[in-house]
Design a protein around this ligand. Structure first.
Ligand code: SAH
Length: 254
């Protein structure tokens, strides 16, 4: 029998961060330990999932890159069914749920069904990527704003304000940008972007197999050919030399 509305615990939407379990919030870790049902994106790694309690049932949903995906309607149906059955449901998404995470597509039906929800913020991939290269995403005198872009939207390559982005000193973090890189490069150069603009690709940010590729706008598409994992393209940022020495430094300190 379905529980009455009053017994339904709020569904938690939890940001799992960029991959390294150390970058989870304490709130996320506690929520994971207490959840009955964890519906997680395939991108969320085993280190984070290991923090779920022994009572938890883990269910992989969502998509991985351009691979197979669970239809959004099915994910919503699962969330609703488990919540109505009185289970503590935790929806775990990579990075922060509110950045290219289709959050509203899942919270909307909950609100319509009269089921409460809470959002636990997470460290988004671009923030981890900037940290990996020792850079600040904003800097006085360089950029007064930061753009968070997707290479793709539902219709294909995502359109942006290319003229503004092509201006010197702009910083943008491009998610899901691998396939769109040539398109982005073309649009920026068409709008006067300097081919020598610094660009850094950070693959698997925060994970042991993290990789940093420093390049330029002119050379960007060619650099991405062997980037297989999730990657953020940081437009307008080059790695700081000191940051590249960090892995060795970390090793020395451990
Ligand atoms: N909600 C997530 C983004 C989901 S979209 C967040 O806030 O980070 C998926 C895209 O995120 C990937 O295509 C990639 O561009 C980026 N991404 C996710 N994890 C990443 C990681 N560890 N390193 C680099 N990019 C990552």
């Amino acid at each position: 029998m379905p529980s009455s509305q009053s017994e339904i615990a709020p569904v938690l939407f939890v940001g799992a961060g960029p991959g390294d379990p150390d970058l989870l919030t304490l709130r996320a870790a506690r929520a994971l330990a207490a959840a009955d049902i964890v519906l997680h994106d395939r991108l969320v790694g085993p280190g984070v999932l290991a923090l779920a309690g022994p009572q938890a049932t883990l269910i992989a949903v969502g998509k991985e890159g351009f691979g197979p995906s669970t239809p959004q309607t099915e994910i919503i149906a699962l969330i609703l069914a488990f919540a109505r059955a009185g289970r503590r449901v935790l929806r775990l998404k990579g990075g922060d749920c509110g950045i290219f995470g289709r959050l509203d597509e899942e919270t909307g039906p909950l609100a319509e069904a009269g089921i409460g929800y809470e959002i636990v913020p997470g460290i988004t991939a671009s923030v981890a990527a900037a940290a990996a290269i020792g850079q600040s995403l904003t800097r006085r005198g360089r950029n007064t704003g930061l753009r968070i872009l997707t290479g793709h939207d539902a219709e294909g390559f995502a359109d942006q304000d290319w003229r503004a982005l092509a201006q010197p000193g702009q910083v943008a973090a491009i998610y899901m940008g691998k396939k769109a890189a040539r398109f982005v490069q073309g649009r920026l150069m068409m709008h006067g972007g300097d081919p020598a603009t610094e660009v850094t690709v950070v693959e698997n940010a925060s994970l042991p197999h993290q990789r940093i590729v420093a390049t330029t706008l002119a050379a960007l598409p060619g650099c991405l050919e062997d980037v297989a994992g999730p990657a953020v393209i940081l437009l307008g940022l080059a790695p700081r030399a000191a940051a590249l020495a960090l892995p060795e430094l970390k090793e020395a300190l451990s």
